[in-house]
Design a protein. Structure first.
Length: 276
């Protein structure tokens, strides 16, 4: 009997190892195909620019983008512009996530307040934020504060809506059970709602990363005299499209890096929750 149990365990272990190998193999295939597509697109872009299929003056080329980035670094302005945009984006991102989370908590704890303000939140989410550009300049001036405010404005409504949806989606049976045991709103929030809505919070962070970059670049389009958004606007005005493409490429790297950090945090949180 013991021999049969050991044999069953070994069979299950072998199947599990096979499953893990399959997952690793699929991951390798996915990453390989991604890298191949990226290299192929860059190579085709460079080839078309070199043989004259595309006009490099209009479309630039990977070699010209790399050369422009090297020139900016040599001039000592590359990291200055990156630092400005990164500071504005991260600051706006943190403010939007924290404020959005707290507002969502307030709306969840008071049904009357939620019903009153929900229509306004939906309308504000649909409002094109760029339309508020002139007002933001008048209210905030033309400095970093205006750009950070634009970043928060673009991100915060989605943060509120996503987190509120996560709170509302918590199992109502469990909430009723806690209420029947005498738990108040604060206890239910801390013990049940916040832990249960953690996946919604991680998804909100992922969405807010992209929106924060959109907001900061949008703000730099309007008022900035420094930053990657400023380089894009300036490059377009003087027809230095190599500069436009170089700044856009750097933005892609920074946004991807920030998203990767959030994804790493999510994996750590999931592992810790799974180990509990």
């Amino acid at each position: 009997m013991k021999h049969l149990k050991d044999k069953k365990k070994s069979t299950i272990s072998a199947q599990h190892l096979l499953y893990l190998k399959k997952i690793r193999r699929n991951k390798i295939i996915v990453h390989t195909v991604r890298a191949f597509i990226l290299i192929a697109v860059i190579g085709l872009w460079e080839l078309c620019a070199q043989v004259g299929v595309f006009d490099p003056f209009i479309t630039s080329s990977p070699s010209r983008v790399v050369s422009t980035i090297a020139d900016l670094a040599a001039a000592g302005t590359l990291f200055y512009h990156i630092g400005i945009t990164l500071m504005e984006t991260v600051t706006g991102f943190v403010i939007a996530v924290v404020a959005g989370y707290l507002i969502a908590v307030l709306l969840w704890t008071n049904d009357a307040v939620r019903k009153i303000f929900e229509p306004y939140i939906v309308v504000l989410n649909a409002l094109p934020k760029i339309a508020l550009g002139p007002l933001i300049i008048i209210w905030m001036g033309t400095g970093y504060t205006a750009i950070i405010f634009m970043t928060v404005l673009v991100s915060i409504i989605v943060c509120i809506m996503n987190m509120l949806a996560g709170f509302v989606a918590v199992d109502k049976t469990k909430l009723l059970l806690m209420r029947s045991m005498g738990a108040n709103k604060l206890t239910m929030l801390i013990k049940l709602v916040i832990p249960a809505s953690l996946p919604a919070f991680m998804n909100t962070l992922k969405v807010a990363v992209g929106l924060a970059w959109i907001g900061s670049i949008m703000g730099e389009y309007i008022v900035s005299r420094a930053g990657l958004g400023y380089l894009i606007v300036y490059g377009g005005q003087v027809f230095k499209l190599d500069l436009v493409m170089a700044a856009t490429f750097i933005l892609c790297l920074l946004a991807g890096g920030m998203y990767a950090i959030v994804a790493i945090i999510e994996r750590i949180v999931v592992k810790r929750r799974g180990g509990q």
